[in-house]
Design a protein around this ligand. Structure first.
Ligand code: AMP
Length: 207
């Protein structure tokens, strides 16, 4: 399998699709957001630092996430391919990645912003990694995968969501052009009504 980057705005479905791809092709799913949230949960120094940025919808400094990814890509299970979810998010991160890896495919999941706002507004996550939406779970908010009670991510609050979308537009969207010029970018246009399975079918065709 190949080294893949998933691009897309927050709430575009990167995490969900990355998990499906990782499972289907048996490659590690590397999410910088998940790694940072683990640090926060464990109360590490890095986690304490990162939390101030994440809670404001801002990006964690490039040097921090670049080190995290360089370290993770050096682990044995990343030798036969991986899927990067949420990294790179800036041109500086993409340039740093180019120095340590060859990226075979960049998949850009393109979802209209109004659909994103609607999705993030009701997004529920679980400590097991599952993601759902308020409209899909029962009132007790039990995770369909593991049965734990799901919760709203701190950075999915409406005021933080708009900051994250602004950050995406300014700092991450330029990566579409960056990878477009390199020639390894494929954009998938997703509409609000497309299901997870429908998007995954399209993604599999691309892969
Ligand atoms: P995510 O789970 O990918 O939506 O990431 C959640 C938050 O973690 C983001 O809003 C950022 O604050 C931070 N984060 C995750 N990945 C990166 C990255 N590559 N660069 C900077 N900050 C990141």
């Amino acid at each position: 399998m190949k080294n893949i980057v998933l691009l897309g705005a927050p709430g575009a479905g990167k995490g969900t699709q990355a998990a499906l791809i990782a499972n289907e092709y048996n490659i590690p799913h590397i999410s910088t957001g998940a790694i940072l949230r683990k640090h926060i949960k464990e109360g590490t120094e890095l986690g304490v630092q990162a939390k101030t940025f994440i809670d404001q919808g801002m990006l964690v400094p490039d040097s921090v996430v670049i080190d995290i990814v360089a370290d993770r890509l050096g682990q044995g299970d990343a030798k036969n391919g991986y899927i990067l979810d949420g990294f790179p998010r800036t041109i500086a991160q993409a340039e740093a990645l180019d120095k340590v890896a060859t990226i075979d495919l960049v998949l850009d999941i393109n979802v209209p912003f109004d659909a994103i706002i609607e999705r993030l507004g009701g997004r529920l996550v679980c400590s097991c990694g599952a993601t759902s939406h308020i409209q899909w779970v029962d009132s007790d908010k039990r995770c369909p995968k593991c049965g734990e009670v799901m919760y709203v991510r701190d950075d999915d609050k409406p005021e933080t969501v708009s900051a994250r979308l602004e950050v995406y537009t300014k700092q991450t969207a330029p990566l579409v052009e960056y990878y477009g010029k390199k020639g390894n970018l494929v954009s998938v246009d997703v509409s609000a009504s497309d299901t997870v399975e429908e998007v995954f079918e399209i993604v599999k065709k691309v892969l």
